[in-house]
Design a protein around this ligand. Structure first.
Ligand SMILES: NC(=O)c1ccc[n+]([C@@H]2O[C@H](COP(=O)([O-])OP(=O)(O)OC[C@H]3O[C@@H](n4cnc5c(N)ncnc54)[C@H](OP(=O)(O)O)[C@@H]3O)[C@@H](O)[C@H]2O)c1
Length: 289
């Protein structure tokens, strides 16, 4: 068996077309959806991620702005910039590009952006909906979990009643994703670095989602070929100068479907961010009326 490849591109193209129309609709009412990314210091990986966000943002007709602050920016200056952006009615979405510098690490970063402009979906006022059981993907939810669920839905992979093993329990991927999948009636196991007998657990998965950040960590032995497991690879790692996921390429021979890296969850994350921007701009416009 060779796995079906769950490419993001056809879905990204479809969502982009929908977003272009929504953007035109907003513009016709005098609102140009605008996002601002706040970057502190120089981080080559951050600059690449920002470039991707800018490209998609502009492709759908929205406005992109980068506030690039020097590495030595103090807490007070940083907070002043955010306060100004939070009250600027022309900015609908704000992202604080992670990681922040050591000088800013003590700040409660997820809660510094106004909830209505929190297009990363990290503010506790937004994540709360997940813990209260929402299944509404139009809310400002974290982008990678949202993108993964949209990708599964696009390829007709039902999660209801399935055993889904999520590897990684970070606040931006594993935890919210596990909770959203549970809201969608999946039976979820959330595994992490202290999980014992990991492969015994992964071999029982109908859907295996890896978000740990170790290149080629998931080997064929982690799957039971009789289960026809769907594998979603969230990892973005560098191996010998190449972008690679958490899943070993040989897994393609035992999975029933697999999301590629690059070209799978990464593009879904970026398009989910622009969906959040459009929702934020629409909500802010409604709030003015
Ligand atoms: N595709 C995308 O758009 C996208 C978006 C975000 C992140 N990512 C990628 O996804 C990966 C994870 O990102 P993150 O920010 O969630 O990472 P993170 O905050 O570093 O969390 C990693 C998680 O993996 C767990 N883990 C580490 N080693 C493990 C092992 N041997 N077995 C089982 N679990 C293990 C850790 O467990 P403990 O909690 O016990 O330490 C932790 O929960 C990275 O490669 C990142 O680049 C991709």
């Amino acid at each position: 068996m060779t796995a079906k490849i769950l490419l993001a591109q056809p879905l990204v193209d479809k969502i982009k077309n929908e977003l272009r129309l929504r953007c035109e609709g907003l513009k016709s009412q005098g609102t140009t959806p605008s996002m601002c990314v706040v970057l502190v210091g120089e981080n080559p990986a951050s600059l690449t991620y920002i470039k991707n966000k800018k490209k998609i943002c502009e492709e759908v007709g929205a406005h992109f702005q980068l506030l690039h602050l020097p590495a030595e920016t103090s807490e007070q200056d940083f907070l002043e910039h955010l306060s100004r952006l939070n009250s600027d009615s022309k900015i609908h979405g704000i992202i604080i590009q992670l990681p922040v510098t050591d000088k800013l690490k003590k700040l409660d970063i997820p809660n510094l952006v106004a909830p209505s402009k929190d297009i990363d979906g990290f503010h506790t006022a937004n994540t709360k909906a997940i813990y209260y059981g929402t299944t509404d993907l139009n809310l400002l939810l974290p982008c990678t979990p949202k993108g993964v669920i949209h990708l599964l839905q696009f390829y007709g992979i039902d999660v209801k009643g399935k055993h889904i093993v999520v590897l990684g329990r970070s606040l931006i991927v594993g935890k919210p994703l596990a909770m959203l999948l549970s809201n969608l009636d999946a039976t979820v196991t959330l595994a992490h670095s202290k999980t014992k007998n990991l492969e015994e657990i992964t071999r029982t998965a109908d859907i295996l989602i890896s978000a740990i950040g170790i290149p080629h960590f998931i080997k064929t032995s982690a799957l039971n070929s009789a289960k026809h497991t769907v594998v979603i690879d969230v990892g973005i790692n560098s191996l010998n100068g190449k972008v690679t996921g958490d899943v070993d390429p040989d897994v393609i021979e035992v999975a029933s479907a697999i999301s590629p890296v690059p070209g799978g969850v990464g593009p879904m994350t970026v398009i989910s961010l622009i969906q959040n921007l459009m929702c934020a701009a629409e909500n802010q416009l409604k709030g003015k009326k």
